[in-house]
Write a protein that binds this ligand. Structure first.
Ligand code: MTE
Length: 325
């Protein structure tokens, strides 16, 4: 007997990775044909226009004289090409596909403020200038592993979360922290699927305060030597390299210290598929696929991937294993 499994309406579709691979391979194919003057000019023009438009979204102000932290200057694989990372994103406010880079340009980032509140001695509201003045920026090359079993290597610019904690001073009651993304129902496209007609917007994520204080936990304001493009979560996002990518809320407007484990976007949708801790672990399969290997995107200029063994804690065991004994 053949069973046809009907996916639940809210599931992250496995097909995304494959469909994007097909898309990029098709582009490479089209370019080759264009070079051989086989394609009609019109098709080539559309592809060139899309390339130019993508590059324009990545043409954001540069961050000058930022030093790379020597402890995080390289990993065991090359940095993913910027033009690939900038058009292969997850940002559900702007759609469920990977090609949200155009839609994400409607995110309004002027006069951005981040409120730090809750169980802290010194609540603060920062604008981006304050953040950059108070917390010296550095570059870190981190592995990036999505729960969907693809991975990249990305050069983030930002500052360790523990610096911000030292300034706001969480009280002894604060056990967890909650990160809240910008949300505006007027510009949100959002998924067509829904949870009983409603998704738990805004996008939120959370950590324990011990996790937040870990050396690796990072706020990124830039990537590839410049400010964050909108598709990567401008103007400030979390980067937690030992956890699956969904833990890294984009476009943060509020950081709240709380007493108990907060509800988060994916965990509310399905706690079985997206557990709160979400540490990268090759031995713990996702209910719908194995996590033993991953598709590493980043070998070349095209969207060709390489199969890699998944590393426990994404290769950051020495920094974080002690958090989970
Ligand atoms: N943050 C918000 N606000 N909305 C999202 O949909 N997606 C998450 C995370 N942060 C998401 C988000 C997921 S599932 C991943 S894998 C990463 O962002 C992707 O980051 P990138 O697009 O910069 O690679």
């Amino acid at each position: 007997m053949t069973f046809i499994r009907v996916p639940k309406s809210w599931e992250i579709p496995e097909r995304e990775v494959t469909s994007e691979a097909t898309y990029f391979n098709r582009r490479r194919f089209l370019k080759t044909l264009a070079g051989a003057s086989i394609l009609p000019i019109l098709g080539c023009q559309a592809s060139e226009d899309a390339d130019n438009e993508l590059e324009a979204t990545l043409n954001v102000p540069k961050l000058e004289s930022i030093k790379t932290n020597p402890a995080f200057a390289e990993v065991d694989r090359p940095i993913t090409n910027e033009l690939l990372a900038g058009r292969y994103n997850n940002y559900y406010e702007f759609g469920t596909g990977k090609s949200i880079w155009q839609a994400a340009q409607s995110l309004p980032t002027d006069s951005w403020k981040v409120e730090v509140t809750g169980l802290v001695k010194n609540p603060r509201t920062y604008d981006l200038d304050d953040l950059q003045k108070k917390f010296p920026l550095e570059e870190r090359i981190y592995r990036f592993r999505c729960v969907e079993a693809w991975s990249m290597v990305l050069p983030w610019i930002g500052f360790p979360m523990k610096r911000l904690m030292a300034e706001v001073e969480p009280t002894s009651k604060a056990q967890f922290v909650r990160f809240i993304s910008y949300d505006n129902p007027k510009i949100r496209i959002g998924p067509s699927w829904s949870l009983g007609g409603k998704l738990p917007w805004p996008y939120t994520e959370g950590l324990s305060v011990e996790e937040m204080a870990n050396e690796l936990a990072f706020f990124a304001v830039g990537i590839y030597g410049h400010l964050l493009p909108k598709q990567h979560g401008a103007p400030i996002r979390e980067v937690i390299p030992w956890k699956y990518g969904f833990k890294g809320a984009k476009s943060i407007v509020k950081i709240e210290f709380v007493e108990s484990q907060p509800a988060t976007f994916w965990n509310t949708i399905d706690s079985h598929e997206y557990d709160f801790e979400a540490n990268v672990n090759p031995k713990k399969p996702h209910p719908r696929w194995s996590q033993a290997t991953e598709k590493f995107i980043g070998k070349g200029e095209d969207f060709s991937w390489e199969k890699r063994e998944t590393l426990l804690y994404n290769g950051y065991e020495e920094y974080v294993a002690s958090l989970y004994v």
